[in-house]
Design a protein around this ligand. Structure first.
Ligand SMILES: [Zn+2]
Length: 514
């Protein structure tokens, strides 16, 4: 009666009523039974596949509650300028671009991603003149590790129509030479603007990138993804369909709509022949920031946007990093709730990086969820310790404070900004250690169980998915990960070294360590 049986496992069900078991029986992509080895025998028939787990740990598949799949696919087929790929100076960037330009015909766009000025010897963004030294025959676009800044060479600036006379767009900033007013090539928050002017990668290139990304995600035990890209609209939806249908994007996808595409939703057909557990819309994403020196969008506009989203029944997913923006997000949700009270709305704040305890209590009282990125503590902690003002540093990624205040916190990677590996996030949330071994706010440590729950049940809750995912319980989707060690038993400093052995999605083994 079972299609698949996992035996002799250390099953951590994450279901508090029934926390441990020896194995799992699966039928038609769903969990049939979670029980003892003896009891599992009754589900076995001739055609049942049995896997002996040899004592290894089985957990619910990891859910990444905030990432950017198109950008992840792109990152695999564009120049990687990440500091982890030996890019330590502007001249390293120049060398990489030079090598690439020699293989490409004139006029072809050169795209790079992942540079971060903090990790460059010069401690500054590269500019148009640095890039012009390499090639004047190819337009160049480099994307910052955060995705929120870009650098263009002179040819690219000309191609997209940016000159001394170009005014800053409402939401962005064109960096300019203080003396001449000439654009330096560094553009902040102008991703939307550039996406309208620069041809996208070709489908076959993106497909190639997505195949690699899919394999990477499955190898990390990730079975569900929430895509938080702010440019998501009908085109990105069609792209996800294209990737899901032939099955080369296996993890389940919940796509947020960018707020600019929210009204398009009323007019376009966001349909898919796939079942909703494979591809669906979740919330509407709004980026809140102060790049231009004041809150963008302004509070009154934000209030009305959030109210419209709230009235439509969608979740509002508000990107807010600094304390001011988190407060503004909170006020906008409060405004919507006053106009139309709703108890289980699950509006979310994405990042919520700086949050004192008084604000955390307010989030809890309004029922707002937080989607955090614990692995930033590991990957970017050294930079935070040196660049974040002391008044903010003491409230940075306050995961324990949020949980203690009663906020439901889901975890995510924000990949490709950081690696998607949930085990690094679990390590960082429990150990609060940076890449070079410095501590970031030890008092905000949480337990491995709490961290696992952020990548399980809480991440499922973040899209109203907890009835289907987040624990290994009969009737739920058979999305599982097998690890070579038990995250609640290994020393905390070894958590990130735990390896995924197998990933099961929809009852099928979709990845296995060779
Ligand atoms: Zn993001």
């Amino acid at each position: 009666m079972a299609d698949l049986i996992l035996l002799n496992a250390n099953v951590m069900t994450m279901d508090p009523l029934h926390p441990k078991a020896d194995g799992v029986a699966i039928k038609d992509g769903k969990i049939l039974s979670v029980t003892t080895n003896d009891d599992l025998k009754k589900w076995k028939r001739k055609k049942t596949i049995t896997i002996d787990c040899k004592g290894k740990t089985v957990l619910p598949g990891f859910i990444d509650a905030h990432c950017h799949l198109h950008a992840l696919a792109e990152s695999h087929v564009t120049l990687n300028l990440d500091p982890h790929h030996h890019v330590r100076s502007i001249s390293d960037i120049q060398t990489k671009i030079k090598t690439s330009s020699q293989k490409l015909p004139s006029g072809t766009w050169i795209r790079g991603r992942g540079y971060n000025e903090f990790y460059l010897a010069e401690k500054r963004h590269p500019n148009r003149w640095d890039l012009d030294q390499v090639t004047s025959a190819h337009p160049i676009k480099m994307t910052h590790r955060t995705g929120h800044a870009h650098v263009l060479n002179s040819l690219a600036l000309k191609t997209v129509g940016i000159s001394n006379e170009t005014p800053d767009p409402p939401e962005g900033l064109i960096d300019r030479d203080t003396k001449t007013g000439e654009p330096t090539g560094v553009l902040y928050r102008m991703g939307h603007f550039l996406s309208r002017k620069i041809p996208p990668l070709e489908n076959h290139q993106l497909d190639q990138g997505m195949r690699i990304a899919n394999d990477e995600l499955l190898s990390m035990g990730i079975t569900s993804i929430q895509d938080a890209s702010s440019h998501n609209g009908i085109e990105q939806w069609r792209m996800f369909r294209r990737w899901k249908e032939p099955g080369f994007l296996k993890p389940r996808v919940a796509m947020m709509l960018g707020v600019n595409h929210f009204y398009e939703y009323q007019e376009s057909d966001f349909i898919t022949p796939l079942d909703k557990s494979q591809l669906r819309l979740c919330g509407v994403k709004i980026i809140l920031d102060e790049t231009t020196g004041h809150l963008n969008p302004a509070q009154t506009d934000l209030n009305e946007m959030v109210l419209a989203i709230h009235q439509s029944g969608f979740q509002a997913c508000l990107h807010a990093v600094e304390e001011n923006t988190v407060e503004a997000a909170c006020s906008a949700i409060e405004y919507a709730l006053k106009k139309l009270p709703k108890s289980d709305h699950r509006h979310r704040i994405e990042h919520c990086s700086v949050c004192p305890s008084s604000l955390a209590r307010k989030l809890a009282s309004l029922g707002i969820m937080v989607v955090t990125q614990p692995s930033f503590i590991y990957y970017s902690g050294d930079r935070y310790l040196r660049t974040v003002p002391a008044k903010d540093l003491k409230h940075l990624y306050p995961i324990k404070t949020l949980l203690k205040s009663g906020v439901k916190v889901a975890a995510s990677s924000d990949c490709p900004i950081a690696s998607a590996n949930p085990l690094v996030g679990i390590y960082a949330a429990t150990y609060r250690m940076t890449e070079t071994g410095e501590r970031v706010l030890s008092k905000e440590k949480i337990t491995p169980e709490e961290a696992l729950r952020m990548y399980g049940e809480n991440a499922a809750r973040a899209t109203f998915g907890e009835r289907l995912k987040g624990s290994i319980s009969p009737g739920k989707l058979a999305d599982l990960v097998m690890l070579n060690d038990d995250p609640t038993k290994v020393p905390i400093n070894e958590l990130k070294d735990i390896k995924v052995e197998m990933t099961i999605l929809d009852g099928q083994v979709v990845w296995e360590k060779c």
